[in-house]
Ligand binder design. Structure first.
Ligand SMILES: Cc1cc2nc3c(=O)[nH]c(=O)nc-3n(C[C@H](O)[C@H](O)[C@H](O)COP(=O)(O)OP(=O)(O)OC[C@H]3O[C@@H](n4cnc5c(N)ncnc54)[C@H](O)[C@@H]3O)c2cc1C
Length: 439
């Protein structure tokens, strides 16, 4: 049985970087991947969707060309085959680059196949057993298919199968009005199809603040996406070539009829087929691996990274750091008369990059506790700088730039947090953080 210093299961976001780091430190590393190197983000998530979003954006701008004084003779058409081919080329370049980097790195052996635990230090792949004292689980997740009535009777798409279609669905019904559903909804509307998003909750992206949900709804509706909220009881039937979603909404017709159905109701972790029990690794009731703040599982020598630990999909590592730091920092209550900003902004400091949904609720609650009102960061110009800069959150240059003294010197942010005189709390990490330090 080959002996390694570390085994990494899954080549999603954290796995390859960790492998290079460990190998660079002289460790002998085995990386196991059962499907496509790069995982969700590279193959069926961030990269392909953003490539398609770019095509959809180009279509939208082309349709609005006249507003810019640009004349396009005739209608703007979409060639979905070319959209897909472009997306496929971008994805392939990214995946191939990662694959060859892993295959050619010193001290790293890339194994292909489904990995399972045989014991706390032994991982089994078809035809082989690998042993290591350190095992890192980076198995990610997949689209959740909820047991809604009629789901087995109708064809449906998920974020993965959407990547294979090279035509424009005439009327795409999307169940789920959160990030993934909205992204596909706006994209396919911009390609020219009809889109209806059905959401069980009373508002879109319910992790966001209410005003953010309302603004998003307004934006997508203005582009022609139909939104059905409060769809508490969704069932599906096939009627001829069409798919009918029966919805129990407070407003609108009780049925939506479309040509295709996309399920975007969340993700589930790929932990059910790992034989985690043989390693003593415990999961919560939804299948997410239980970890401490060092990502250590309940089994010594085994860590779980990324989406499979349920600590936050999308920018998992940054968000997780943020959450850990937030829980430490959340304890002190504001002194009477203290600006909520003084307490809130330091909490945003650890991660310039927490997504707004991670800040939103807490910010509102803390603001309310301090008798203040949180301001939508869209009204905070500095925040926009912060969001852009977030892209560079891991770079050394950005860590230096984040230094409050530099920020103050650079942007002159000495006036305090809110630009909006009616508000006391700014959800801006950069802005608020500097405001706090400037006092
Ligand atoms: C449509 C969509 C759009 C998204 N857009 C964004 C975005 O714009 N920005 C953003 O930050 N995030 C985005 N995300 C989220 C992001 O893709 C995930 O948070 C991220 O990919 C999670 O990375 P991971 O390493 O945890 O797992 P994954 O990327 O899912 O990787 C897990 C890997 O493990 C492999 N694996 C699983 N089980 C085994 C096993 N038993 N043996 C061997 N290998 C195994 C899988 O094949 C896979 O390659 C998006 C997600 C979706 C679905």
């Amino acid at each position: 049985m080959p002996d390694f210093d570390a085994i990494i299961i899954g080549t999603g976001q954290a796995g390859p970087s960790l492998a290079f780091r460990l190998a660079g430190a002289g460790m002998k590393v085995a990386v196991v991947e059962r499907h496509l190197v790069g995982g969700t983000c590279v193959n069926t998530g961030c990269t392909p969707t953003k490539a398609m979003v770019a095509s959809a954006y180009a279509a939208r701008i082309a349709r609005r060309a006249a507003e810019y004084g640009v004349v396009i003779g005739g209608d703007v058409g979409i060639d979905m085959r070319r959209v897909k081919a472009r997306k496929d080329a971008i994805v392939a370049a990214s995946r191939n680059g990662r694959t060859s980097a892993l295959e050619n790195a010193a001290n790293i052996t890339l194994y292909r196949g489904h990995a399972r635990f045989a014991s706390p230090q032994v991982v089994e792949i078809p035809g082989e057993r690998l042993r290591a004292e350190r095992i890192f689980v980076n198995v990610g997740g997949r689209a959740l298919v909820p047991p809604m009535p009629g789901i087995t009777e109708v064809p449906y798409l998920t974020n993965s199968s959407m990547m294979d279609i090279d035509f424009l669905p005439q009327h795409l019904i999307i169940v789920g009005g959160s990030y993934v559903g909205l992204e596909f909804g706006q994209m396919y509307r911009r390609f020219g199809g009809q889109v209806t998003i059905i959401e069980m909750a009373p508002r879109l992206v319910r992790h966001e603040d209410e005003d953010v949900s309302a603004a998003i709804k307004d934006i997508v509706e203005r582009e022609g996406v139909e939104i059905r909220l409060n769809a508490e009881c969704i069932s599906l039937v096939k009627r001829g070539d069409e798919i009918v979603a029966k919805v129990d909404c407070t407003a609108g017709a009780p049925e939506v009829t479309g040509s295709h159905l996309l399920l975007a109701v969340g993700r589930r972790p790929n932990t059910d087929d790992l034989d985690l029990d043989k390693a003593g690794v415990r999961c919560d009731e939804r299948g997410y691996i239980l970890v401490d703040d060092q990502l250590q599982t309940t089994a010594p020598g085994i860590w779980a990274l990324g989406d499979c630990n349920g600590k936050g999909a999308f920018h998992p590592h940054r968000v997780q750091r943020f959450r850990d730091r937030r829980s430490e920092s959340a304890r002190p209550r504001p002194a009477p008369g203290q600006r909520a900003c003084q307490r809130l902004c330091p909490l945003h400091r650890p991660a310039i990059g927490p997504r707004r949904h991670d800040l939103g609720r807490g910010t509102q609650q803390w603001a309310a506790g301090a008798g203040r009102r949180a301001v939508d960061d869209a009204r905070c110009p500095r925040r926009r700088k912060g969001r852009d800069a977030r892209l560079y959150a891991h770079s050394r240059r950005w860590r230096q730039q984040r230094d409050p003294r530099r920020l103050i010197a650079r942007y002159g942010m000495r006036r305090g947090c809110p630009r909006d005189p009616r508000s006391d709390v700014c959800q801006s990490s950069v802005h608020g953080h500097a405001a706090r330090d400037a006092r």
